[in-house]
Design a protein around this ligand. Structure first.
Ligand code: NOJ
Length: 560
């Protein structure tokens, strides 16, 4: 019997470096994760997704994999992974791991062999090596720019010291792209899938699932000026502007994003997963527009889920939210897939800060002390709680990012010397990058490193005010963000909201979203003027209500 658990699951993203540190080196690890899993079961999520913990030189926080079938000593061992997995399953949590197929680390044995081999060799064919342009091959083979800044090409040096061929890397120079036209690459990834499936994982979040295939001939391409650094573009949906399928199409032309050939890869993987029992899933990280294009990744014979970044990029405003919600349900529904919902992850500014920014910040560029339009933290947290209360009432699967249940803001004042995102280095500090959403979690207000681990220091410094966000300060405290999340998840489950259908209710004004999902009416006030609530007992609210009025930046759930 199939439960199709993934259609409704609340999935909690663990960023292993920053979740919990058991061995005291200031960096999170698998034993730390294992020890804190009961907290997540208690929170009420259905599954966890772990960002990479594989052998890696950590040039891009583990998204540069040197060995896909082993654990980096920073995080523990394969035995630690097995223990963590067993504990998660014992607690009823599914476990999804990250798969990084677009590129490996430059320390991967295949890339080392490629560097040592001659141009045109089978070793080089596994990656994308080309001769340079110009009289002496001194210019990169085309004009593509890396997502992290600078050229997408790096020149190699021949064994005799002379300059050699160039290799392609969509991200950092330490992350060479595989050539997915090669059957050997495809076979290797089937093996990697099986390795983790055999160990018992419940699925894979697929990194850069839109990038594997590049257009033939690698033609020059200049992206539009507002293309975000993760390869998506800012939606910049204006209030009142309908979400049309034909707009926001800037990336359609990028010869390295969303080429048709990627779908053959996922059809192939789906066949592998379907050989296994227990409904193992694939979830696509595909930053393409519009949603109808994202839906291609979740056609019945491909993946199960795709991240809904259009939703993440929508401001907390009634009209664009309603438009993107309708469009998501309709578009994913048209191919038989559930919509997903997400507000934060390890690549974007935490939504408790992002929703109160007063200046644009492109995806992945991050914010720091000198950024314009920095958020008011009180407004940000209030909006974040209201936004989450809306999100968790929607039908489909929802992704939560570690720390959002504590209301954590982006860490803005990180010292320059602490920053580690390659974006920061490749742009000479022009873009702050993503470190501000990756700071280790506070667990206990009065413990060293707020209970993150036994060491005093953490790999990124924790802001002093994070004591107030510590889990032990919020547990059991009515009105805390942690208790709000716990109630939202419990009611979402008890009232089957994730399998429900939406019916919009009008008449509450331009700034208000009012919607019925089964036995619950959800009213979200995205404006600043209070509105009268409809009839019905209040189940929960993201902020204190004033009698039967709903203040601005607040969401309430009522019994219908
Ligand atoms: C997307 C990941 O989420 C991000 O963290 C990483 O830097 C890039 N892919 C490259 O793997």
């Amino acid at each position: 019997m199939t439960s199709e658990w993934w259609r409704t699951a609340a999935i909690y993203q663990i960023y292993p470096r920053s979740f919990a540190d058991a061995n005291g080196d200031g960096m999170g690890d698998l034993a730390g994760i294992r020890s804190r899993l009961p907290e997540l079961a208690d929170l009420g999520v259905d599954a966890i997704w772990l960002s990479p913990f594989y052998t890696s030189p950590q040039k891009d926080a583990g998204y540069d994999v040197a060995d896909y079938c082993d654990v980096d000593p920073l995080f523990g061992t394969l035995a630690d992974f097995d223990d963590m997995l067993a504990e998660a399953h014992r607690l009823g949590l599914k476990v999804i791991v990250d798969l990084v197929p677009n590129h490996s680390s430059d320390r991967h044995v295949w890339f080392q062999q490629a560097l040592a081999a001659a141009p045109g060799s089978p070793e080089r064919a596994r990656y994308i090596f080309r001769d340079g342009r110009g009289a002496d091959g001194e210019l990169p083979p085309n004009n593509w720019e890396s997502v992290f800044g600078g050229s997408m090409w790096t020149r190699t040096t021949n064994p005799d010291g002379t300059p050699g061929q160039w290799y392609l890397h969509i991200f950092d120079s330490s992350q060479p792209d595989f050539d997915w036209e090669q059957e050997e690459v495809r076979e290797e990834f089937r093996r990697i899938l099986r390795f983790w499936l055999d160990r018992g994982v419940d699925g894979f979040r697929v990194d850069v699932a839109h990038g594997l295939i590049k257009a033939a001939g690698l033609p020059d391409y200049t992206p539009p000026a507002d293309a975000g650094s993760m390869g998506g573009n800012q939606h910049g949906l204006e209030a009142g502007v309908p979400l049309e399928p034909e707009i926001h199409d800037e990336n359609l032309g990028a010869p390295y994003w969303g080429q048709e050939g990627v779908h053959d890869v996922y059809r192939d993987w789906r066949r592998v997963l379907d050989e296994y029992d227990g409904e193992r899933i694939l979830a696509a990280e595909a930053w393409v527009d519009p949603l109808s294009r994202v839906a291609k990744w979740v056609r019945p014979d491909e993946m199960h889920q795709a991240f809904n970044f259009a939703y993440l990029e929508t401001p907390f405003e009634a009209a664009p939210l309603r438009a993107v919600i309708d469009r998501s349900i309709e578009t994913f529904g048209a191919v038989g897939a559930p919509s997903t919902w997400v507000l934060s992850n390890h690549d974007v500014i935490r939504h408790a800060s992002r929703l109160a920014l007063t200046a644009d910040s492109l995806q992945g560029h991050g914010i720091g002390p000198k950024s314009p339009g920095l958020p008011d933290p009180v407004v940000g947290l209030r909006r974040a709680r209201a936004a989450t209360a809306l999100m968790l009432a929607l039908p489909g699967s929802a992704y939560l990012y570690q720390g959002e249940e504590l209301g954590l803001p982006e860490a803005i004042d990180l010292p320059d010397e602490a920053r580690q995102d390659p974006t920061w280095f490749r742009t000479n500090g022009e873009r702050y990058g993503r470190d501000g959403c990756r700071v280790p979690l506070p667990w206990e207000a009065d413990a060293p490193a707020y209970g993150f681990g036994p060491a005093d220091t953490t790999w990124l410094p924790q802001p002093a005010e994070w004591a107030d966000f510590a889990r032990d300060r919020q547990r059991g405290v009515a009105g805390s963000t942690l208790e709000l999340y716990r109630s939202l998840l419990a009611e979402r489950r008890a009232r089957s909201l994730a399998t429900g259908e939406l019916e919009w209710l009008d008449g509450f004004g331009d700034d208000v979203l009012a919607v019925r999902n089964g036995t619950v009416i959800v009213v979200a006030n995205t404006g600043s003027s209070p509105v009268e609530l409809p009839e019905g007992d209040v189940i929960l609210a993201s902020a204190d209500l004033d009698g039967r009025t709903l203040p601005g930046d607040t969401t309430a759930w009522l019994a219908a």
